[in-house]
Design a binder for this molecule. Structure first.
Ligand code: IMO
Ligand code: MG
Length: 429
């Protein structure tokens, strides 16, 4: 029985939450494997809207959910989110939520440094979510991170905090920002321990058992391939690998367990934060997409930058991300536009490029090469079959398939759970 990994194929906010929620009904367990509470996944179910940042989207379906070792976990954010969704009537306890004991914790020093650095960068800022994601991943590879399991060992916590504070207070002092005291942090962690530890376990072992029992696993990616720390528009990226391969390392299963890789892309392009965005529109159409698509960050509330669909970018994401099928979302936002453009490549300093090169100067200078298509006057909103779609909308989707070199296997035509057209069941292998 196949498992499925869902990843973003642009710069995030492609509608991964809705797609994961929809697929979760077919899965037994949903696993987050990278990122942290920088993600913002919105799920609309009837008259309820759930906004999840750290909790896997399978919770809304009452599925077993796992926060894998590749995730950076802010314990305060986790507990606050659990309380928030409990307030919306979901039941969340250690019976449905498990957290990998070897996941890295985000402590108050991390957002403090994240924000102080962004401040210091001035107009060169990355536009991070300010949630400490980057510094927490730095600690992990620097081998000084405090992890979930450490909460059970007060002496380990105390020793690790010495190293943490030596590092962070030195940096914060240099940036002219308030330093942290050890006692306060240690007491905080000791108080969090009994609240977090009931969720902790060797998640890899549970996933292994589930797998051997023939259960279906859905791996829920956060962010997107163009924000991947290796393959994205570096340095304007997040600090984790967002490609499907990470589902394996970030949850403790072998690469063969990942299964079908579904990439999510909007029918146009958006980006929050700074960095290159060749098809960005600064005109009325960009404004129209933003308003009609309600393009505001779930996490930060910032308006998203909007532009035409960039097939060259998504094609690259398909290749490096391992995408086998594409879920195209928000097609309905394009309803009524007389003319649509699709970027097929770039012109950079007089030369044609099929894909964005890695050098930041070249990325910033990239001018899109467009193909123009006729729009459609009918409505695709809420369509649940190909027959419900305007003929020209179908043509648009078909052209995207050709250009990105991947089939569209799922189409989402509104935020509502059931307004979805399935072409191929990703679990059906
Ligand atoms: P979902 O899962 C969109 C962006 C930030 C910033 C950059 C680095 O909802 O698609 P970070 O705080 O991660 O160090 O910020 O990455 N970013 C996202 N953009 N959607 C997200 O998640 C994002 N998570 C991070 O805006 O440009
Ligand atoms: Mg988001």
């Amino acid at each position: 029985m196949a498992n499925v990994a869902v990843i973003g194929a642009q710069w995030g906010d492609e509608g991964k939450g809705k797609v994961v929620d929809w697929l979760a009904s077919r899965a037994d367990v949903v696993v987050r494997f990278q990122g942290g509470h920088n993600a913002g996944h919105t799920l609309v179910v009837g008259n309820q809207t759930y906004k999840l940042s750290l909790l896997p989207s399978g919770l809304v379906r009452g599925k077993l959910c796992v926060i894998g070792n590749g995730v950076v976990v802010d314990p305060d954010a986790l507990l606050a989110e659990i309380e928030r969704v409990r307030g919306q009537g979901l039941s969340v306890g250690p019976d449905v939520l498990r957290v990998a004991e070897n996941a890295v914790l985000i402590l108050p020093v991390h957002p403090a440094l994240d924000k102080a650095r962004e401040e210091a960068r001035g107009d060169k800022k990355i536009g991070t979510t300010g949630r400490g994601i980057g510094p927490a991943y730095e600690d992990k590879v620097a081998r000084r991170a405090i992890r979930v399991a450490d909460l059970a060992e007060p002496e380990t916590l105390s020793a690790k905090l010495d190293e943490t504070l030596l590092h962070y207070n030195t940096l914060l002092r240099g940036l002219g920002v308030a330093e942290f005291g050890k006692e306060e942090l240690l007491n905080k962690l000791l108080a969090l321990a009994p609240k977090i530890l009931p969720y902790a376990e060797p998640a890899w072992e549970r996933l292994d058992e589930l797998r051997r029992g023939g259960k279906r696993i859905l791996f829920e990616g956060a962010q997107a391939v163009m924000l991947d720390v290796d393959h994205g528009t570096y340095p304007f990226v997040t600090s984790s690998n967002t490609v499907a391969a990470t589902a394996s390392a970030g949850s403790g299963v072998g690469p063969g367990a990942v299964g079908f890789v579904l990439g999510i892309a909007k029918a146009y392009t958006t980006r929050v934060g700074s960095g290159p965005f060749p098809t960005e529109l600064h005109d009325e159409i960009g404004k129209h997409l933003g308003e009609r698509g309600r393009e505001f960050g779930v996490v930060t509330g910032r308006p998203r930058r909007c532009g035409w669909f960039d097939a060259a970018l998504v094609r690259q994401a398909v290749k490096v991300g391992g995408v086998q099928g594409l879920a195209l979302t928000k097609l309905d936002i394009l309803d009524g536009l007389p003319e649509l453009k699709i970027c097929t490549g770039y012109r950079i300093n007089g030369k044609h490029y099929k894909h964005l090169p890695a050098a930041p100067g070249a990325q910033a200078a990239a001018v899109p090469e467009y193909e123009v298509m006729e729009g459609w006057s009918g409505s695709s909103h809420g369509a649940r079959s190909w027959a419900d779609l305007p003929a020209q909308a179908v043509k648009y989707v078909r052209r995207i398939e050709e250009l990105v070199e991947a089939p569209v296997t799922l189409l989402s035509t509104s935020p509502e759970r059931d307004d979805t057209i399935m072409v191929r069941d990703p679990f059906a292998d």
